[in-house]
Write a new protein. Structure first.
Length: 209
């Protein structure tokens, strides 16, 4: 059995145990598993977010130099790329470093594993508050998750005031479009993960204050 199938199997068993611990409530089990795995990854995702912030600050500080290079070599794409690379190297611009790359892989691996485990667990359906069947889409849950996604999107530091409306609307519309068609159990996973992303945004804001 491959590492992937073993990993998803462990998560599936964990989900089953949580469901039993909650008296058969699959919804609470999904939320617990989703939030627990995201919180375990929070140190990794925080490091990645802080690295992105630092890189953005550097790019803002050298914007004049970048614009000058672009203007000087606008008719020579190859020379432009080489000169921009020199500017980036001089100022330490590295969009992705080794640690962040490993973190991205880990985040995708764990997230996909939890998603797969939840999809397996939805085979028997299950109720959750007003949701009659977690294996079916639910409009109310889709709207709640969309609103949550929109709110969380503006929690990050350095969000320009003039961009807040767009940064709220676009993620909300995208989330609603997808969540409207997904099984409610999967949308619960999405909502729980988004809530932890909101916590990450608050921590980043606190670190900037």
């Amino acid at each position: 059995m491959s590492i992937w199938h073993s990993f998803v199997g462990v998560l599936s068993v964990t989900l089953s145990l949580l469901t039993a611990a909650y008296g058969g409530n699959l919804g609470f089990a999904i939320i617990t598993l989703s939030m627990a795995t995201r919180l375990l990854l929070l140190p990794v995702t925080l490091r990645m977010a802080r690295h992105a912030q630092a890189q953005q600050k550097i790019l803002q500080s050298i914007k004049g130099s970048i614009d000058a290079v672009k203007e000087r070599f606008k008719n020579s794409p190859e020379k432009l790329a080489a000169e921009l690379a020199k500017v980036y190297e001089k100022h330490g611009v590295r969009p992705i470093d080794g640690a962040n790359l490993v973190g991205m892989v880990a985040q995708v691996f764990v997230g996909a594993g939890v998603y797969s485990a939840i999809r397996r667990g939805l085979g028997a359906g299950g109720r959750f508050f007003w949701i009659r069947n977690l294996a079916q889409p639910n409009a109310v849950l889709a709207v709640i998750t969309a609103v949550l996604s929109g709110a969380v999107s503006v929690l990050g530091p350095h969000v320009p005031q003039q961009s807040r409306a767009a940064l709220t609307l676009l993620p909300a519309v995208f989330t609603l479009f997808l969540a409207w068609r997904l099984a409610s159990g999967v949308v619960l996973y999405w909502a729980a993960s988004t809530a932890v992303s909101g916590l990450q945004g608050l921590l980043l804001r606190r670190g900037e204050s």
